[in-house]
Design a protein around this ligand. Structure first.
Ligand SMILES: [Zn+2]
Length: 205
């Protein structure tokens, strides 16, 4: 069984992603994007591998490959959402302890994502796996509407997918059709009686 880590550096990331991350560790010119420290070299790499921003896969990875394993250790949990948290239960949100190195925080939203998350209750971890085959340099993206009831910081999506919801504000704001278009949704969202779509929820489309 996976043991909960006690150190700040025990978050697992796929070796291919670590190769990319480590290639830029220690480089000069550190700036911050979305509150996460990154290097100018990292930004250059990401810019050269569209779609821009987010976490690029360091090498080709097959669908189903485990990309990140995030422990649900008590010191990581909060009762409310933040810009960088990931909802894992009706009132539980997991946070990074080290924003500079926990690259799962950098996954950008996409309405047709390249990665998805599953919550392994038994092992108290969140596994983020490739949803599709990832080409080298492909962005590792994630559909925020499949885990978050409400986003702490809603935004307008420009992912360009035919199924793009436009305004990304959380699962509770999706229309019935938008919910049906998402085959993998966190169980606490499906079970929540407060997440029933309103009759006007589709008007933003
Ligand atoms: Zn979109």
């Amino acid at each position: 069984m996976f043991a909960l880590p006690v150190s700040r550096t025990a978050v697992w990331a796929h070796p291919a992603l670590r190769v990319v991350m480590n290639a830029f560790n220690g480089a000069e010119g550190v700036t911050r994007t979305r509150g996460v420290a990154v290097t100018t070299e990292w930004q250059k790499f990401v810019a050269e591998h569209p779609p821009r921003n987010g976490v690029p896969a360091g090498q080709g990875l097959p669908a189903g490959e485990l990309l990140f394993r995030i422990p649900l250790a008590p010191e990581r949990m909060t009762a409310s959402a933040s810009t960088f948290s990931l909802q894992v239960g009706p009132e539980g949100h997991v946070n990074a302890l080290d924003l500079e190195n926990e690259m799962w925080v950098c996954m950008n939203h996409a309405c047709t994502p390249t990665a998805s998350a599953t919550i392994a209750v038994v092992d108290d971890v969140v596994d983020v796996s490739a949803a599709v085959d990832l080409a080298p340099g492909a962005a590792v993206t994630f559909d925020y509407n499949t885990t978050e009831a409400f986003l702490a910081d809603p935004f307008t999506c420009s992912c360009g997918a035919p199924s793009c919801v436009g305004s990304v504000a959380g699962y509770t704001t999706l229309s019935v059709d938008q919910r049906r278009a998402r085959p993998v949704v966190a169980p606490y969202l499906l079970a929540s009686s407060s997440s029933s779509p309103s009759s006007t929820s589709s008007t933003s489309l």
